[in-house]
Design a protein. Structure first.
Length: 445
């Protein structure tokens, strides 16, 4: 678990305004516009009320928490006002503790209490149906922490680019929450932290946990994908079939940058298909989408098995697109029946791939500085028999650097073996990813 530390957040303003947004009391705000205000304790925040907000019906509240060194303006700089969670009241507060010239969300009770007070204040202004927390970087560590401190406040969480602090409370009081973890594999906060956070929640018995992997994505926010995870949160927790149906359609958009979140889509569609109170039309739509996603998953299994061939071994890297397709499939179709059947049928091989990666990469990192030759050997083992791991591209690059610089000297035959493995992996990843994405476009949603 990540210790309490501030982590660098890269800001990429989509349309940064020259001036701050206008101030307006939320009770008199014009729907659809972004305003700034302060909580009773002086905490600054920006907010936007939905265009069609109905005080009788109410709306969901999405609280967005920024990363290190930023402030309340980050949300609407990076998340378009007229596209991001347009049915929700979106609120973006400043960090809760002044530190080194900025305001930060720290993992202390006093920070959680300030956010709790803000939510209570907002609930007095608006009728809130469900409350979702979405944090990026430092804010992501904090949303997991807050969900444990005040579980009754939170229906769902999307944490992007973080792990979970090891003092974060996990208990049965939070089992109603949808826990969404969003992480890029090229992030300077290692993807493994997000992966481990998701596993931690699952191991602690949380029934609704979703890991969304963004392959080759760095630390930047990605509002399209964050919105997909939040749609999953609502789709898995709302008791209103019409809201689950809205979440399904958002997730079913085939043109999302970085692609559709297939695992989330299947889960929400499957829930709607059997949801009490849903109309027959809604149930049929859910069943149709769930079946389409599972059929796509089955097509991927067929492609992987065909590419592997009768003589190929799933636990050993070999030429062809299949390895690249496998890397994406095991992460992106988790939960579908076809995925579950594939994992069950190949349990030993998949467990072997993960164990080899864990053991070999542990040796690799331990020896990188003091004994590059041993680290090189461990890297080769991880490449050949642990190629599912997200760190393999970095390992390949480092091993090549050692060889080219002379830091590691190996026999000609051993170098040739490495180069063949590295080329096989690189081509499989490139071609397999392309084939995987091409196949996805054929899904009839």
């Amino acid at each position: 678990m990540q210790p309490l530390a501030l982590v660098l957040t890269l800001v990429v303003p989509a349309a940064q305004a020259a001036d701050d947004n206008a101030s307006a009391d939320p009770r008199a705000a014009k729907p659809g516009k972004v305003y700034q205000w302060q909580a009773a304790d002086g905490l600054p925040y920006e907010y936007r009320v939905p265009e069609d907000y109905d005080p009788e019906r109410g709306a969901n509240l999405t609280l967005v928490l920024h990363g290190n060194g930023l402030d309340h303006r980050w949300t609407f700089w990076n998340h378009p006002t007229d596209e991001f969670r347009t049915d929700d009241i979106v609120v973006s507060p400043d960090g809760t503790t002044p530190l080194n010239g900025s305001n930060e969300f720290l993992g202390e009770r006093k920070d959680a209490e300030r956010v709790h007070a803000l939510i209570a204040e907002l609930e007095e202004i608006w009728k809130v149906r469900e409350t979702f927390l979405y944090g990026h970087s430092q804010g992501s560590f904090f949303v997991f922490y807050y969900a444990g401190e005040f579980p009754e406040d939170v229906d769902g969480v999307c944490g992007h680019a973080s792990g979970a602090w090891n003092w974060t409370k996990l208990s049965k009081k939070g089992h109603h929450q949808a826990i969404g973890v969003l992480h890029g594999t090229d992030d300077h906060i290692p993807y493994g932290q997000g992966w481990y956070a998701a596993r931690w929640y699952r191991d602690e018995g949380y029934p609704l946990v979703h890991l969304r992997t963004l392959f080759d994505w760095n630390h930047r926010p990605h509002w399209y994908q964050a919105q997909s995870v939040l749609a999953w949160c609502e789709g898995m927790t709302s008791d209103a079939p019409e809201r689950v149906a809205v979440s399904l359609e958002l997730l079913a958009n085939p043109d999302l940058p970085m692609g559709c979140d297939w695992s989330a889509l299947w889960a929400v569609a499957n829930r709607l298909a059997g949801m009490k109170g849903a109309t027959e039309k809604q149930k049929q739509r859910g069943a149709q989408v769930a079946a389409a996603v599972d059929a796509l998953a089955a097509d991927h299994v067929t492609a992987i098995e065909k590419g592997l061939g009768k003589k190929g071994k799933l636990g050993t890297l070999s030429k062809g697109e299949w390895a690249g397709e496998l890397i994406r499939f095991v992460e992106e179709f988790d939960g579908t029946p076809a995925h579950a059947a594939f994992v069950k049928a190949n349990k030993k091989a998949l467990e072997g791939l993960r164990k080899t990666a864990t053991d070999a990469l542990t040796d690799y990192h331990a020896k990188k500085e003091e004994d590059p030759a041993e680290a090189f050997a461990a890297g080769c083992e991880a490449l050949e028999h642990g190629f599912l791991n997200y760190q393999i591209p970095e390992v390949v690059t480092q091993c090549r650097t050692w060889l080219d610089s002379g830091a590691v000297e190996v026999k000609k035959k051993e170098r040739a073996a490495f180069e063949e493995l590295a080329e096989t992996y690189t081509e499989a990843r490139k071609d397999g990813f392309a084939a995987f994405e091409k196949s996805n476009k054929k899904a009839k949603l």
